[in-house]
Design a binder for this molecule. Structure first.
Ligand code: THU
Length: 160
């Protein structure tokens, strides 16, 4: 038996100005997109902005439904939209932010397990790390790659 330890690194910033121009741009696009979420049931408006390796930015927000499980998170809306529009282009970065009662959340928004799984597959497909930027007014967390958020993801490799 071997005991293994999995560690992750994360950068934490106090202010948006500490980030790069592109990271700030992505955060602002995520906040803007959160404003267009359809979230009448939870009142929790999430926005995601995805930077592609070709420099394009696509955004998405959560889309809820009266049949609750039919809704979809902002991250998956954005990632699936990116895949539908630019099927072969890797994703380089994603920023996530949320608004509740008209106010941007104080603490960073961390993606749910299903979105982590989707991010990991995208990362694997693109063979490029996907930087994950979690925005909160109080702190901003930057994770170097999606698989850091989901160690041991389910990946179906050819020949398995
Ligand atoms: N939600 C997201 O869009 N992204 C997350 O990372 C967490 C949760 C959505 C799902 C649902 O519409 C609402 O937020 C409340 O859970």
């Amino acid at each position: 038996m071997k005991q293994k330890v999995i560690q992750i690194r994360m950068k934490e910033y106090e202010r948006l100005e500490e980030l790069t121009e592109m990271q700030v741009n992505l955060v602002n696009r995520a906040i803007e997109s959160a404003g267009n979420a359809y979230a009448p049931y939870s009142g929790y408006h999430v926005g995601a902005a995805v930077l592609l390796a070709n420099g394009k930015i696509v955004t998405g927000n959560n889309q809820e439904n009266a049949a609750y499980p039919s809704g979809l998170c902002a991250e998956r809306v954005a990632i699936f939209y990116a895949g539908s529009q630019y099927p072969d282009v890797p994703v380089s970065s994603i920023a996530i932010a949320a608004i509740r009662d008209g106010t941007i959340q104080e603490e960073p928004v961390s993606p749910c397990g299903g979105c982590r799984q989707v991010l990991c597959e995208k990362e694997f497909l693109g063979a490029t790390p996907i930087e994950v930027i979690l925005y909160g007014n109080r702190r901003i967390q930057v994770i170097q790659q999606a698989t850091d958020l989901l160690p041991l993801p389910f990946i179906l490799r050819k020949g398995d």
